[in-house]
Ligand binder design. Structure first.
Ligand SMILES: Cc1cc2nc3c(=O)[nH]c(=O)nc-3n(C[C@H](O)[C@H](O)[C@H](O)COP(=O)(O)OP(=O)(O)OC[C@H]3O[C@@H](n4cnc5c(N)ncnc54)[C@H](O)[C@@H]3O)c2cc1C
Length: 471
């Protein structure tokens, strides 16, 4: 075990978001030494542009790992969702239980969990990249601008979308997301002038102005506040997402958003302000299947750094917690057995690809299909998916049980558009095939070459199929 120097540890986790805090907690809990490094100051950990939405399934999944969510962590409880489409397609209302999180409060709790488990924290320190890959040393810039190195037996990259270590060839097979596979989102936490009529209902507008392959959302945080946002792929998002969010909100007749007038609202807003909740910001998110290679020699990539968020809607909180917990367990076991090589850590890739990679690879293809349809066909497909029940649930969950082929089959049965139906049915087979491919992730690094080739071919030929089907 590696403890002589404060910047040395058995496991170094870079990034104290949901993935990193959970990885640090799980690893430290086993007794190995863990150093958790984040560029932010302690008070800012957990604060980020995020809708904070979790389905009931996702809440169950993360509660098994981090324990039940506290009432302070839950800003709103959701029972239903309204899915609205562009053009004349009618909106669909569905039962959709879930919660809207108070993200900073959850982030601070996950940080406390890591510290209580015995992890050492280094905040205000920014990882600049690898300083010596072979000795597993990363370069860290201190708050005063000077640099030092931190050496571990296992380094976990949990730096989110920036993925400073993964990008620089951490895993055996990095494949960086393309522009069309990166989402950009802008959101605000807004006080309301009037109480919401339906504080337990989320509203999602598919393909709003300025985000033609994305959506805007209104997530209630109780009856006086909403988390409202808009997001799309970098390839399709208009430059001024904020302006589009504002005009979407102005045109909505279901809520009135402006400065609070009544005393009770002011009080509510003030109490939220002092809790640090009123906020606006933007952020990026990978919208694709996970990176093919998540493991390297003494290295694991986790959360957004590994592209583990749900590609259909960008929900990444639950996936990052699930993957963080697997990463922490596998890293600690490797330290204990003395084999922190790629082979010694390989189990992490196999397990996370089964839990997250397979459904997300299937959803990646569905996203690629939806993004190429005409607004009318897209509204039709999204509506059918929503009515089929499962896909809308996936709007803010990452349920591994999502059966993509079943969804598309249901759409097919309901479809009255022959060309689209043909495309959907053909897509269904491809979606099932990629799901199987990711479930059967190679059992050892030696088999990766063939597997990666099959995955790339599957995505390329799917894109061709969609282009032909549209034409
Ligand atoms: C606009 C928007 C809306 C979203 N809405 C939802 C939603 O409603 N539901 C949902 O489930 N998900 C949502 N997500 C996705 C979700 O926020 C992420 O998937 C999730 O936070 C990923 O967690 P993470 O730990 O991998 O990364 P992050 O939470 O991004 O954490 C990364 C951490 O690493 C630190 N860091 C970064 N670089 C360095 C460095 N060089 N050195 C040291 N530290 C560093 C950062 O300070 C940060 O603390 C949304 C994302 C966006 C952008």
């Amino acid at each position: 075990m590696n403890e002589q120097n404060p910047t040395n540890a058995d496991v170094i986790v870079v990034g104290g978001g949901t993935a990193g805090c959970v990885a640090a907690t799980v690893a430290a809990h086993t007794g190995v030494s863990v150093l958790l490094i984040d560029s932010r100051i302690v008070a800012d950990i957990g604060r980020k542009a995020c809708g904070g939405a979790l389905s009931a399934d996702a809440v169950r999944a993360i509660s098994e790992i981090v324990g039940p969510l506290t009432s302070a962590e839950i800003a709103g409880t959701i029972t239903s969702g309204l899915l609205a489409f562009p053009g004349d397609s009618p909106a669909v209302e569905l039962d959709e239980p879930g919660v809207i999180l108070n993200r900073p409060v959850l982030g601070q709790r996950l940080l406390s969990d890591a510290l209580e488990s015995g992890a050492t924290l280094m905040t205000g320190h920014t990882c600049m990249g690898w300083s010596d890959r072979s000795s597993r040393t990363v370069s860290i810039r201190r708050p005063d601008g000077t640099e030092t190195g931190a050496t571990g037996l296992v380094i976990i990259d949990a730096t989110g979308f920036r993925s400073v270590l993964t990008k620089a060839a951490g895993p055996t097979h990095p494949d960086a997301p393309k522009r069309s596979e990166i989402g950009i989102g802008y959101c605000e936490i807004l006080p309301l002038a009037e109480n919401l009529d339906r504080p337990n209902r989320v509203i999602v507008q598919i393909a709003p102005e300025g985000a033609r392959d994305g959506y805007s959302w209104i997530f209630p945080m109780g009856s006086h506040l909403v988390n409202a946002g808009i997001g799309a792929s970098l390839a399709a998002a208009d430059r001024s997402l904020k302006k589009h969010l504002r005009s979407y909100l102005d045109a909505s007749d279901f809520i009135v958003v402006h400065a609070p007038e009544t005393e009770s609202v002011t009080d509510a807003v003030e109490s939220r302000r002092s809790a640090g909740s009123l906020w606006s910001g933007s952020g990026m998110i990978p919208l694709r299947r996970p990176l093919a290679g998540l493991v390297g020699d003494g290295f694991l990539s986790v959360g957004d750094a590994a592209c583990q968020a749900n590609p259909l809607h960008g929900g990444g909180i639950a996936p990052s917690i699930i993957a963080g917990s697997v990463a922490g367990r596998v890293a600690a076991a490797a330290v204990r057995t003395g084999d922190c090589s790629t082979a010694g850590l390989w189990e992490y890739g196999v397990e996370t690809m089964r839990l997250l990679g397979a459904p997300h690879a299937a959803q990646d293809l569905i996203r690629r299909l939806l993004s190429q349809l005409t607004p009318d066909d897209m509204a039709f497909v999204a509506g059918e998916m929503a009515v089929a029940g499962r896909a809308f649930r996936s709007l803010y969950s990452s349920s591994p049980g999502l059966r993509a082929r079943e969804i598309l089959g249901t759409i097919g049965r309901a479809a009255r558009r022959p060309a689209l139906l043909k495309l959907l049915l053909e897509s269904g087979h491809r979606v099932s095939a990629i799901h199987r491919l990711y479930r059967n992730y190679p059992g050892s690094p030696d088999e990766m070459g063939t597997w990666i080739g099959r995955g790339e071919l599957a995505v390329r030929s799917f894109d061709r199929l969609v282009r032909r089907g549209r034409g």
